[in-house]
Design a protein around this ligand. Structure first.
Ligand SMILES: Nc1nc2c(c(=O)[nH]1)N[C@H]1C(S)=C(S)[C@@H](COP(=O)(O)O)O[C@H]1N2
Ligand SMILES: [Mo]
Length: 245
């Protein structure tokens, strides 16, 4: 399999967007991205070349000091993101669905809640073990709105206005893919993508869109933000992958 150069995060303050579009490398994958490592104290920490998903990630593990107290690093491909809370937050569910819906935070909280506990692994080489996420299983929400036969995939949009992600319908129906309202047994903080973020437990953390605002059912997979630059759409973690039906 080919080497995938992960775009290196730009050093920078939280909210200070760094624009640095570089030409593609010899691997065909551009380096230098608008990922902002904004966690306090990480301002000067830079990752050199992109880590590699399959065989190179270990080489970078530990090159960044842990950010904050819980091991997570702040990422955003844009500058500051307008916070949304209990009164302003909305999740729209549309596209190829029988009954389009717009849900408030309260309405999401009132749906049956599920807990998914899994390691979080970023392609930049850091990970956090056994992280609990609680919320609404994506498959339960899809069942609620109803899908026509031509539905094949799900596209996610975010209220940062830029980030997108995608899953096949089969992946979206797994019991470890959750529309998370809680993380680490607390409401999801704004910097962690709250009040609502996706958690795709069996895949690299870039699949877990923060600041989730839209779910669109489509007839084919639309590659997301990073995937348009060459990152795998099927971002299975080692030892994870499609399950037998
Ligand atoms: N909207 C949005 N979601 C996103 C990202 C982003 O930049 N914007 N970065 C992704 C990546 S690469 C990672 S590792 C995680 C980081 O989540 P954290 O900031 O809570 O650590 O969010 C993922 N989801
Ligand atoms: Mo990441």
């Amino acid at each position: 399999m080919g080497t995938l150069a992960r775009p290196a995060p730009e050093p920078g303050e939280r909210g200070a967007m760094q624009e640095n579009e570089s030409p593609p490398t010899s691997t065909g994958v551009p380096v230098g991205r608008r990922v902002v490592l904004g966690m306090l104290g990480l301002g000067a920490a830079a990752v050199a070349a992109g880590p590699v998903l399959q065989d190179g990630a270990a080489g970078l593990r530990g090159t960044l000091a842990p950010g904050g107290t819980n091991g997570f690093r702040y990422y955003s491909v844009t500058g500051s993101v307008m916070p949304q809370g209990a009164t302003t937050y909305r999740l729209t569910v549309g596209g190829l669905v029988d009954r389009p819906a717009t849900l408030t935070l309260r309405e999401l909280e009132d749906l049956p809640q599920a807990r998914v506990v899994h390691d979080v692994v970023c392609t930049d080489g850091w990970q956090v073990e056994h992280v609990p996420f609680d919320g609404v299983l994506l498959r339960d929400l899809l069942d609620t709105v109803g899908l026509p036969p031509e539905a094949r995939a799900v596209r996610f949009t975010c209220f940062d206005g830029v980030y997108t992600e995608s899953l096949t319908l089969e992946q979206a129906r797994r019991d470890d893919v959750v529309i998370a309202l809680r993380m680490l047994d607390a409401p999801i903080e704004h910097d962690a993508g709250g009040p609502v973020r996706l958690f795709v437990a069996p895949m690299y953390f870039y699949k877990s869109a923060k600041w989730l605002s839209g779910i669109e059912v489509t007839d084919s997979v639309r590659p997301g933000y990073w995937e348009q630059t060459g990152w795998p759409v099927d971002a299975w973690l080692p030892d994870e992958g499609p399950r037998d039906a």
